[in-house]
Design a protein around this ligand. Sequence first.
Ligand SMILES: Nc1ncnc2c1ncn2[C@@H]1O[C@H](COP(=O)(O)OP(=O)(O)OP(=O)(O)O)[C@@H](O)[C@H]1O
Ligand SMILES: [Mg+2]
Length: 358
Amino acid sequence: MPEVRLSKEKPLLVDGPASIVLREGTATSLGAPIQIGNSLVIAKYRRIAIETEMNAVFQIRIGEPGSYRQVNGSTIPPSWRDAAEALRHSRGLAVILGDVDSGKSTLCTYLANTCLGHGGQTSIIDGDVGQADIGPPTTTSSSTVTKHIINLQELRPERSYFIGDTSPSSTPDKLVQSITHLRDKISTGSGIIILNTDGWVREDEAVEHKRQLLDSLRPDLVLALSLDHELDHILELLNRPTLPLEASSFALTRTREERKKAREEGYRRFLKNPKHMDLRLNTIKLRMFNAPQQQRLDQITPYRGTITGLLDENGELLSIGRIERIGNGIVRITTSTEETPRTVELGAVVLSTRFDEI
Ligand SMILES: Nc1ncnc2c1ncn2[C@@H]1O[C@H](COP(=O)(O)OP(=O)(O)OP(=O)(O)O)[C@@H](O)[C@H]1O
Ligand SMILES: [Mg+2]
């Protein structure tokens, strides 16, 4: 297995699939310390950067099409360090804005690590329904940060809402409402909340949506990760404290197909050991994700494969599921939860039996 020696000036960049083990010295990834002997797994289409203050020796195992290299200087832009400092000072809610692949989730992870242990609670709200990190795609979630993390996926969703689509543009108002609810339910006192958002920022409707979101939340800090003035329309007229941040030149871009694969991994993570659940239609509300007032579906068609949100009496998500069939007064759903929902919402995504998007 190849060994790599790191120095302060020569961080390591690893593209998954790969696994690495720290053998000697000390190292961090996005502000999270790495333990000697523990194996760190980097998934396909993911990249991590490892830095050391002194020196470190890593053993690296790479799978196809992964790779690794050493780069000159930190991959964390200086403006990200300033943002962490500003957030530890301002506290309250920080909203991360940025285009797809601009490094939003990475910045969110870095901020979580660098705010941890500075007094008060640190929470993350994942408002990116397409490339969701904390919950499955089509949902929004919140979680408390209790330890250092290399990846947001290590966080367990504590409260989630079902949006129903991977695109924020189908139900932008529902998205604003769910994120505002998540924020309102976090009781932090003097704590810090970091909201990660989707990369829908360029079209007129996207600008309008982001403005509504910021209007509803009134954040203490807006962190604008931009490459080329693409956030200017959202930020103009915004009367909230704003920090422009540079997107890292090490951010990895992904193709449509790679993003789809990442979403499918996301569904599978939350549909482990699935079972069939049969629910009598006269004991639950069954409605479409984009028609919340609806009490009944007008027309019962098979809906086979449709993603569903199983909701409790407060409208919070118990689990996602996949419709097997609707008929004879019964809906059969494949899901991991054993809790009985009050409401079943049908989403816009259709999944195969392996939970691939069709
Ligand atoms: N500062 C950085 N150093 C090293 N790698 C980075 C950095 N910023 C981003 N990356 C890598 O680039 C990729 C894209 O970053 P990230 O997932 O954070 O972007 P995103 O804006 O959240 O994307 P999406 O729109 O898909 O949610 C990731 O694999 C990440 O590890
Ligand atoms: Mg992301």
